[in-house]
Design a protein around this ligand. Structure first.
Ligand code: ATP
Ligand code: MG
Length: 419
């Protein structure tokens, strides 16, 4: 085994049982997004490295140490496997002038890549569903994004809790930044290496530290909330009022700053204590400056991204089980006439929308019935020379009780559709 090639560390195969669950999850998500009027957009997995540096920020965990960046040897360009979906979405919206006739409600799903230490709930290739509302400035959009998440959690049978904060606008952030630098400078001895490095380049990021030794210092740090301008405060209060009106509970967490630079005003995370250390299942907020920062005409924007692996893990420990499909029938046949008839029967079942697995590879009834059982099919549909001559099939339920019956194909199809 040792010289077999294995998958890349932190990048997982999605085997058929898991893929069934993913498909069920995706179907729920697509329908949920449809009901909110969001439309899918698909962008490339590779982008120019500069996009992420400009969008996410040079002094962030992602850009400093998590990106899969390489030089395209054919033309010397620096390319990066996308670590998140917002930068690409905004790039595509600008490049294709999608905001020319007003705001757009968009969503995407797919793999993201971050070179992190793999552990439960943290992978190097992971998957997100992301939602972006571009061109909408009001607090109603922020609140709707949050309400729609709550709606999905209800449908999935999970109950993460909502943490909410505001990052204010440019001026308040500048004032807060100066106060933070002064505060952290006064506590140089307690700062860890990351914090020291970020002290002057991006002090807000220090508050996002996962180092327990930094917690007490961070808890006592100057609060942005004390610096907020009136408009940002009114926006934040309006978001909260809409959440209350819609029965959404939340906790204000002044330490919530998010790991990406592009956010302003509302930020939020949905967290759970049921998944150990990797407890954030969905995160987002407002990023009014990003469209302009990436070269577009200024346009407000807000959105969120959820981690599919973490959500599926949460559903597994206590959500509504996601229905997965099984074949309706496994078609067992022996003899030449039976085989020819079995092909016709399989085609008739499939035309009727049923999932029919046709036995291939010969063998006796007994070994074929074992394969029928292993296929998880609901029924074995048995065809011998007798059945072929009579243009009938024998239906044998493979789950539960129920008698086997010999019927015409049309009736078999009715029974399979009802059962
Ligand atoms: P964390 O603090 O856990 O590193 P983050 O702030 O880097 O998360 P975001 O960039 O906000 O994460 O991504 C949105 C969501 O995507 C996260 O809340 C999480 O559910 C999921 N996610 C992020 N990174 C990973 C990863 N390496 N593996 C699996 N899921 C991830
Ligand atoms: Mg991270």
């Amino acid at each position: 085994m040792s010289n077999n090639i294995q998958s890349v560390r932190g990048m997982n195969d999605c085997l058929p049982d898991a893929a069934d669950t993913w498909q069920g999850f995706e179907a729920i998500v697509r329908d949920w997004l449809r009901r909110y009027g969001y439309r899918e957009m698909r962008t490339p997995i590779l982008e120019h490295t500069g996009l992420f540096k400009r969008a996410i920020g040079e002094v962030t965990d992602i850009v400093e140490k998590e990106m899969y960046t390489f030089v395209d040897e054919l033309n010397g360009e620096s390319l990066t496997l996308r670590p998140e979906g917002t930068a690409s979405s905004v790039r595509a919206v600008i490049q294709n002038n999608l905001l020319y006739d007003g705001g757009k409600r968009l969503w995407y799903t797919g793999p993201m890549f971050r070179h992190e230490r793999p552990q439960k709930g943290r992978y190097r290739q992971f998957h997100q569903v992301g939602v972006e509302a571009l061109g909408f400035a009001g607090p109603d959009t922020d609140a709707e994004l949050i309400v729609m998440c709550a709606d999905l959690w209800k449908e999935l049978g999970i109950a993460p809790t909502l943490q909410l904060n505001t990052l204010g606008d440019h001026a308040s952030r500048q004032r807060h930044r100066q106060k933070l630098i002064a505060y952290f400078e006064a506590h140089q001895d307690t700062l860890d290496e990351d914090a020291r490095r970020r002290l002057h380049s991006n002090p807000l990021r220090i508050l996002d530290s996962k180092n327990p030794a930094m917690q007490a210092l961070n808890d006592a740090a100057p609060k942005l909330m004390d610096e907020l301008e009136d408009e940002a405060l009114a926006h934040f209060e309006a978001v909260q009022a809409l959440l209350r009106a819609n029965g959404i509970a939340f906790e204000i967490n002044p330490r919530l700053v998010r790991g990406l630079d592009y956010y302003n005003r509302t930020v939020f995370e949905w967290v759970t204590d049921q998944l150990g250390a990797q407890g954030t299942v969905c995160a987002g907020g407002r990023y009014d400056g990003l469209v302009e920062q990436l070269g577009g005409k200024p346009a407000p924007a807000a959105g969120f991204a959820m981690g599919i692996e973490r959500l599926l893990a949460l559903i597994e420990v206590g959500g509504h089980p996601i229905a997965t499909p099984v074949p309706d029938a496994y078609i067992v046949h022996a003899g030449e006439a039976a085989q020819a008839y079995a092909w016709q029967v399989a085609a008739a079942l499939r035309s009727a929308g049923l999932a029919a697995v046709l036995h291939c590879g010969g063998g006796g009834f007994k070994s074929q019935m074992k394969k029928a059982d292993a296929s998880r099919a609901r029924f074995a549909l048995i065809i011998g020379d007798d059945e072929a001559a009579a243009q009938q099939v024998t239906l044998k339920p493979l789950r539960g009780t129920g008698e086997q019956t010999r019927v015409e194909v049309a009736l078999a199809i009715d029974i399979l559709k009802q059962a």
